[in-house]
Write a protein that binds this ligand. Structure first.
Ligand SMILES: [Zn+2]
Length: 145
């Protein structure tokens, strides 16, 4: 129910062995994977190859993962939305992409704009992360300093 999912610290499976190839788990008494014959490695040892999703999940900061989802940005299409998602993840902010309201027409499903939503606790950081400063803005010439 709550958004704050606890990530269990490594350590409980310190004794476990795992096959580096098929990721099968073994007790510490084993030496080789029975399926592929690979020498087993410690499950909690060095960084295994993590899936993209795991890497992303690891980046998320729990303090940014709380509260209601709020809209912080709007993307014109899916790939822009994914770009924004990547930016936010770099800051540790989880986000969710949702089709913008009013574009629920079937032809628009694939191409329509997307709302980018983040948990309320991450909204401020998300807005800052997304605050691109337009480099060529003629409106801002010289403000009295
Ligand atoms: Zn194996």
């Amino acid at each position: 129910m709550s958004a704050g999912r606890e990530t269990r610290a490594a350590g409980s499976a310190a004794e476990g062995l795992v096959c580096p190839r098929c990721a099968r788990g073994y007790p510490p008494s084993e030496r080789f994977c029975v399926a592929c014959g690979m020498p087993l490695v410690h499950a909690s040892g060095g960084e295994q190859k993590a899936t993209a999703r795991q890497r992303r999940a690891r980046k998320v900061k729990p303090q940014y993962a709380q509260g209601q989802l709020v809209k912080v940005a709007r993307a014109q299409h899916q790939s822009e939305a994914e770009f924004i998602e990547g930016l936010l993840l770099e800051e540790g902010i989880p986000c969710m992409l949702r089709r913008s309201r009013g574009f629920d027409v079937s032809e628009m499903l694939a191409a329509g704009p997307r709302d980018v939503l983040v948990p309320a606790s991450g909204a401020q950081a998300a807005r800052e992360a997304l605050a691109w400063e337009p480099s060529d803005d003629p409106a801002q010439e010289g403000s009295g300093a």
